[in-house]
Design a protein around this ligand. Structure first.
Ligand code: UN1
Length: 499
C-alpha cells in the first residue's frame, strides 16, 4: 500500500495548509481501508487569500501577450503527456475508474491543452466598416478577471483542464475548488501547472467542501465568473447567487441521456454502444446512457443480447487490468443508487439484472454496484426521469420513430443523445428534432471530443458551452472599439442621414 499523500492548498505560488486543523480524507472506493490522501478543509479565509492572489496576478497576466500565455499551456500539455501514467494510476486509486478510462481522462486534458494553446494565436475578433467616414470599428476579446472553477470527481483531470486552459489563454486568473473526493488528482495537476512556470497567483487551488469553500468562492465579490460542473440542484443555487451578484456563470449539470435503437439498426453495433454508454465509468458520467429506447420489433432480441453481455462484465478495482467496471465513488453514491432500486420496485419496473451492491471476495471493502437493467419502464417513472449516476439503465419500448424522439425529449434534461438507425432520413430528422446539446448517430452517448462544444439544453445548463472555440465566449468579454480619425465630431445615426 502506498503512503497517503498530504495535499495542500496552492495560493499565490505557495503550498499552504488551511487556518484550521480540519482535514478531509480521500479513500480508495475499491477498498475504503486505503487512505489515498488528506487535504485541508478550507473555508472563507483560504478562499479570501486565494481570490486576493488571483486578483493581484490578474493585473499582469492579462497583459502577457496571448501567444506567450499559450506557450505555457503547450508546456503543460507536454508535462501532462510525460506524466500521463502517473496521473492515471492515481486517478484510478482515488476515484475508481478503470485504468484505460483514467488514461483517456488525462488524454482529454492533454488534447485540451494543445487545442487551447492554439487559440493563443487566434482569439479572433472582428473588424467591420463603420457607417461614418474616417472611422474604424472593431471588437476584441478581453479576459473576464478572476474565475472560480468548481469541478466534479468523475473527470478529475479532464474537467479542470477543459475549464482552466481556455480560461488561462484568454488571460484570466483562477481559483480551482476541486471535488472533495479527488483532491490528490487536483493537487498533482496543479503541481504540473506550477512546474510549467505559471506565475504566482495565476492558478490557485483551494480544497474543501462545496458548502464551505465552494460557497465562499461563489459568494466572493471579487470573483467575476463561476464555471461549475455538478448536479442540477446545486447548479441552480450557484446560478441564483451569481445572478444576485452580477457574476458571469457557466453551468454544466445533469443528464438523463437516451440511446434509441430502431428496428433497422445494426444490432451488434447498438449493443456495443449501449454497454459502453450505460456501464462505462460505472455510469458516472453526465453523458452516460441511462435510458435505452427500443423499437418493439427488436426489443426482445436486443434485450436478450444485452443481458448476456452485461452479465459477463467484470467488476473490480480500476487499477487491475482485467477490470471493466470499477466501484461507485463513495458511500453516499452507493446509497443513492441503491435507493433508486427501491424507487424502481415501487414504480413497478422489473429488475432484469443486478439491482444490488456486490461485496464478494476482494470487493467486500468497496462501493461496487452490479450493472443493472430495469425493464418495463414507462417514460414518466422516476427512474426514467431522474439522474441516477450509476450503472443503471432503463429499457423503454416504443412503436415508432416519432414516439422514440418524443420519449427521448420527455425529460427535464438535454445533454447527450444517440440514435442507431441505417435510415439516413431518420438520422437527419433526429439531428434536427432531438432536444440535446449533443447527438450521436450510430455511436453511444459518451465520447465527446474537446474541439467541439460540450454542454446541454433545458436543466442541463444555462446556455453556455465548454471546450472548443465556444469556451472563448465563456472566458472573454467582447470589447467594441471605435477609432475616429476624422478629427471632428461625427454623430452616428444622425450626421450620415440626409432625410
Ligand atoms: C462528464 O461526464 O462530465 O463525452 C464529461 C464524454 C467525456 C466527457 C464527460 N468526453 O463522455
Amino acid at each position: 500500500m502506498t503512503m497517503p499523500l498530504t495535499c495542500l492548498n496552492y495560493i499565490n505560488g505557495e503550498w499552504l495548509s488551511a487556518h484550521t486543523e480540519a482535514t478531509l480524507e480521500s479513500r480508495n472506493p475499491a477498498d475504503w481501508q486505503e487512505l489515498v490522501a488528506t487535504c485541508p478543509r478550507s473555508g472563507a479565509q483560504e478562499v479570501e487569500a486565494a481570490v486576493a492572489a488571483a486578483q493581484r496576478a490578474f493585473a499582469s497576466w492579462r497583459l502577457v501577450p496571448a501567444p506567450a500565455r499559450a506557450e505555457l499551456i503547450y508546456r503543460i500539455g507536454e508535462l501532462l503527456r510525460q506524466r500521463k501514467e502517473e496521473l492515471a494510476q492515481l486517478m484510478s486509486r482515488e476515484m475508481g475508474k478503470p485504468l484505460t478510462e483514467a488514461r483517456g481522462d488525462v488524454q482529454e486534458g492533454i488534447d485540451c491543452a494543445f487545442y487551447s494553446a492554439g487559440e493563443g494565436r487566434r482569439l479572433f475578433g472582428q473588424t467591420t466598416p463603420s457607417e461614418m467616414p474616417n472611422k474604424f470599428a472593431m471588437s476584441v476579446r478581453v479576459p473576464v478577471g478572476v474565475c472560480a472553477l468548481i469541478t466534479p470527481w468523475n473527470f478529475p483531470v479532464a474537467i479542470p483542464c477543459w475549464k482552466a486552459f481556455p480560461a488561462l489563454v484568454c488571460g484570466n486568473t483562477l481559483v480551482l475548488k476541486p471535488a472533495e473526493d479527488t483532491p490528490a488528482c487536483a493537487t498533482l495537476l496543479v503541481e504540473i501547472l506550477q512546474e510549467a512556470g505559471l506565475p504566482a497567483g495565476v492558478i490557485n487551488l483551494v480544497h474543501g467542501l462545496g458548502e464551505e469553500a465552494g460557497r465562499a468562492l461563489v459568494e466572493h465579490p471579487d470573483v467575476a465568473l463561476v464555471s461549475f460542473t455538478g448536479s442540477s440542484e446545486t447548479g441552480a443555487e450557484v446560478g441564483a447567487v451569481c445572478g444576485r451578484s452580477y457574476k458571469r456563470v457557466c453551468l454544466e449539470l445533469g443528464g438523463k441521456n437516451a440511446q434509441v435503437v430502431m428496428e433497422d439498426a445494426d444490432l451488434e453495433l447498438a449493443l456495443e454502444g449501449a454497454l459502453w454508454g450505460a456501464f462505462g465509468t460505472t455510469g458516472q458520467r453526465c453523458t452516460a446512457t441511462s435510458r435505452l429506447i427500443l423499437h418493439r420489433a427488436i426489443k426482445d432480441e436486443f434485450t436478450r443480447r444485452l443481458l448476456e453481455r452485461a452479465r459477463r462484465l467484470r467488476l473490480g478495482p480500476g487499477t487491475e487490468p482485467e477490470t471493466e467496471i470499477g466501484p461507485l465513488v463513495n458511500a453516499a453514491q452507493l446509497q443513492r443508487v441503491s435507493g433508486y432500486m427501491d424507487v424502481a420496485y415501487g414504480e413497478g419496473a422489473r429488475v432484469l439484472l443486478g439491482g444490488e451492491r456486490v461485496s464478494e471476495g476482494k470487493l467486500k471493502q468497496g462501493y461496487f454496484f452490479a450493472p443493472t437493467i430495469l425493464d418495463e419502464v414507462k417514460p414518466d417513472m422516476r427512474v426514467a426521469q431522474e439522474e441516477i449516476f450509476g450503472p443503471v439503465v432503463s429499457l423503454l419500448t416504443v412503436d415508432s420513430f416519432e414516439e422514440a424522439i418524443q420519449v427521448l425529449n420527455g425529460t427535464p434534461y438535454g445533454l447527450s443523445s444517440s440514435v442507431y438507425t441505417q435510415d439516413i432520413n431518420r438520422a437527419f430528422q433526429a439531428m434536427r428534432d432531438i432536444e440535446a446539446g449533443i447527438t450521436y448517430i450510430n455511436g453511444p452517448t459518451i465520447g465527446a471530443e474537446v474541439h467541439l462544444p460540450f454542454g446541454g439544453v433545458k436543466q442541463t445548463g444555462n446556455g453556455h458551452r465548454e471546450v472548443g472555440s465556444a469556451a472563448l465566449d465563456v472566458f472573454t468579454e467582447w470589447k467594441t472599439v471605435y477609432v475616429d480619425f476624422s478629427g471632428r465630431l461625427q454623430r452616428a445615426q444622425i450626421d450620415n442621414r440626409q432625410e
